[in-house]
Design a binder for this molecule. Structure first.
Ligand code: FAD
Length: 372
């Protein structure tokens, strides 16, 4: 089997794929068209499946060292009433690792540092095919608007707007917080935070809104929208510099591509299964993709056969998680009718303790194949 791989896209998925391929003997080049990471000023939670994938790639210890484990937190109402508590210690007991909260810029740094010098080429343009680069394998990790996916499947409808827009930022400095991770659901809106190891935090505000809606002063708009919400919502907004606020409309692939693999071309990460962020699983699924891809290629006998198995393993798994994420959004911040919100809140409050852990385990209990 040939051993030259070309990865398009230097996001979490592309870098993880490159690490997996490099570790299994491939000569890898990663092409990233953008000189700056779009969401570097944000944070991310990595569930056990994501952390286990990082372990399989050999970078788990470095990620853990830069991350803050999430032991405390859960879901609240705008008045601050707890709807569900997250028992991070129970999750750790069940899965061997806590959920990890980390600045995206740090995760990227760790992934980049695991690659040989010169492997990542930044500021490069579009590539049409692996043949153009004399490669034996092309990994399309080029995100939700994947050009490779569009070329492979011209009939595919592509991404659609999820109905939600997200504003988020990392605070300028440390903020006193009582928990590692929180989500608060109000009618048609969610506010959440992820605490970092250095005392700063990322917050995010999800709003049901038409696409393209932008605010001249986002912090002032959020201050009004979330007025009266429990602490630390106002404190997090107050600790943020206006220029640090990122605003993105969330798009997802409601229709999965017909396959994650065609010949010697694999779709990976958001290019294959962009999902809403409601379960915090998009990047975790990209990390799973990366490990499975490298493992199947290592098992041979040809890239085509390995990629067919990659598709058979990954498409049902990531597709199911994407569906669950969409459902979670509908039951979470997207509910706006007061009766529906009240019924949901009551159901959550009455759910047996351990229900939240069981829900997380459903997606996070994943064991990576060995990478030899
Ligand atoms: P991307 O990060 O989109 O990377 C694709 C890269 O390809 C980009 O850098 C782009 O510049 C490059 N590219 C595109 N076209 C070309 C080309 N032609 N040539 C070269 N380069 C190209 N997931 C979690 O697991 N946990 C979370 O807590 C979480 N929170 C989230 C919160 C929000 C608000 C959002 C929107 C998502 C969240 N996700 C989370 C999902 C996660 O961010 C994504 O699933 C993940 O980043 C996808 O990585 P990727 O590498 O597949 O795609």
């Amino acid at each position: 089997m040939g051993r030259k791989a070309l990865v398009i896209g230097g996001g979490i998925g592309g870098l993880a794929a490159a690490i997996g391929l490099h570790r299994t003997g491939w000569e890898v080049t990663v092409l990233e068209r953008s000189p700056a990471l779009e969401d570097a000023g944000a944070g991310i939670s990595l569930a056990a499946n994501g952390v286990r994938a990082l372990d399989a790639l050999g970078v788990g210890p470095a990620v853990r060292a830069a991350a803050r484990p999430q032991y405390t937190g859960g879901t609240r109402t705008p008045a601050g009433l707890w709807l569900a508590r997250m028992d991070g210690a129970a999750l750790e007991r069940a899965l061997g690792t806590p959920v990890c909260g980390i600045p995206r810029a740090e995760l990227h740094r760790v992934l980049r540092e695991a690659l040989p010098t010169g492997c990542l080429r930044i500021g490069t343009g579009t590539v049409a095919s692996a043949a153009e680069w004399d490669a034996d394998l092309l990994v399309a990790a080029d995100g939700v608007r994947s050009g490779v996916r569009a070329e492979l499947f011209p009939e595919h409808p592509g991404p659609v707007y999820s109905g939600s827009t997200v504003l988020r930022a990392v605070t300028a400095g440390p903020v006193p917080l009582d928990s590692d991770f929180e989500l608060t659901w109000g009618p048609g809106a969610e506010f959440g935070h992820i605490a970092f190891a250095d005392g700063r935090a990322e917050w995010h505000a999800v709003l049901t809104a038409p696409p393209g809606l932008r605010h001249p002063d986002p912090l002032a708009a959020l201050g009004s929208r979330f007025a009266g919400w429990h602490r630390p919502v106002p404190e997090l907004l107050a600790a943020t510099r206006p220029e640090d606020v990122l605003h993105h409309d969330v798009h997802e692939l409601v229709t999965p591509p017909p396959s994650y693999a065609v010949g010697r071309v694999a779709l990976l990460g958001d290019a294959a299964h962009a999902m809403t962020p409601n379960l915090g699983q998009g990047a975790c699924q990209a990390l799973e993709d990366a490990v499975v891809l490298a493992a199947e290629l290592a098992a041979g006998p040809t890239p085509e056969r390995a990629l067919a198995r990659y598709n058979a393993v990954r498409r049902p798994r990531a597709g199911a998680v994407a569906k669950a994420a969409r459902r979670a959004g509908r039951l979470g911040h997207r509910l706006s009718h007061p009766l529906a919100v009240s019924a949901r809140d009551t159901a959550l409050r009455l759910a047996p303790s351990g229900a939240a852990v069981a829900m997380i385990l459903r997606h996070a209990a994943w064991t990576p194949p060995p990478l030899t």
